[in-house]
Design a protein around this ligand. Sequence first.
Ligand code: FAD
Length: 456
Amino acid sequence: DDVAAGAFAPGGASRWWLHHSLRALDERLNAIGSRLILRRGKTIDSLLAIAAETGARAIHLTRGYEPHAARLEQCLNAAARKIGIEVRRFPGALLMEPETLQNRSGQPFRVFSPFWRALLAAERPRAPQPAPRQLKKPKHWPRSDNLDDWQLLPKKPDWAGGLRATWAPGEVGATRRLTELVETALTAYATDRDRPDRPGTSMLSPHLHFGEVSPHQCWHAVDFAMERQPSLASGSASFLRELGWREFSYHLLHHWPTLPETSFRPEYEAFPWASDDAEARTNIAAWSRGQTGYPIVDAGMRQLWQTGWMHNRVRMIVASFLTKHLLVPWQTGAGWFWDTLVDADLANNAASWQWVAGSGADAAPYFRIFNPILQGQKFDPDGDYVRRYVPEIARLPVKFLHAPWTAPTEVLAEAGITLGETYPLPIVSHEQARRRALDAYATLKKGGIATDSADG
Ligand code: FAD
């Protein structure tokens, strides 16, 4: 659609999810006497055509916060008004509407902690409504496209095997994940959420993105569990804070709609990123295929490719590696994530990439450059995560697993590894890359880095 997503049309993994999510929604509607009507084409024309065919007097929609959704809504309002159709918009995707939270100077928040304090101090998010048990049928069903004709699923090749093995798109799958969180993961969430080798997080992100579960449902389920079992307090508070980052990202996107394209801190637009030369292209290819020679980076990139998802800690490590070790602009990494993540989300992806790159609101400072070896040793201490996704080095003792090039020749031989052949040597040296990044950053500092505005 011309008014819709444009450059941010759904990527491959999102299209796979969308197919299954729509099918699941249709099944759910069938169970209560209704069905889903699918149409392809310009959104507004299609909606108004269905309204005309059914004699509808109003269009009800859930508010979207992406710039294209806001534009679409504006155009729909204008077009519908002309022909006497009412458009009724409802909140649903966020705990709080972006207009309702402001700092002391009446401005949108740019810093997370005061934003979060303000959200916690505001009215408790409303409790979710139960789903309707029955829906009234129209006299005649309007025509619907066949979902398969939309060709959202990959065919040649079918790369979605790992996605099918990992996910159950739809409300039932979402509810199952939320139940698992409350019944098991919440206990150790505060500590395990940083451990990619453990199933320590909710894996609710694609379900939240596609609206299969709402943040209100998550909030109340977690709050209720905590009330019944006070020992869950720390895990619950930590989980809710993550939902808070989601809110913060959406609020940022609403107030700064260029967030997915340009650096929030304008001085980063002049950052001396590696140009689009052959070396940069080779590095980007190695990064995206999980062939950098740094096992924790490679494990993350392969988890992404195989399952459409990557653990948050590892997302931070691979994003830092791309923007700092390889000096590749954050937009390039965000683009790869956009195509490969099942939870690809304009607000969360843009805000998180900018956070890691140092160019975002309340971002990690650029000079905080993750050491991929130490990160691996700290957060995957037994090496289970790396062994799972980088099987060709699985036989290395854990002592060398996060830096295979430090292993003695006989240890490598015993583990069946020939560096540079069966597994790559590091594409950059950590120390040299770190110095190069800091030098690049120093050129920016001369221009003056803006400091955080005082939100508190
Ligand atoms: P949990 O730890 O269980 O968190 C619960 C929910 O809170 C998540 O489902 C998600 O909706 C939200 N959340 C958690 N962390 C963040 C965060 N840092 N920022 C915003 N929301 C958060 N998340 C996406 O949903 N879509 C993206 O496209 C995306 N891109 C990212 C890119 C980078 C470079 C980084 C560092 C993070 C990105 N994140 C993104 C945030 C985070 O990594 C994922 O939300 C999280 O890993 C999803 O797993 P989970 O559902 O098990 O999270």
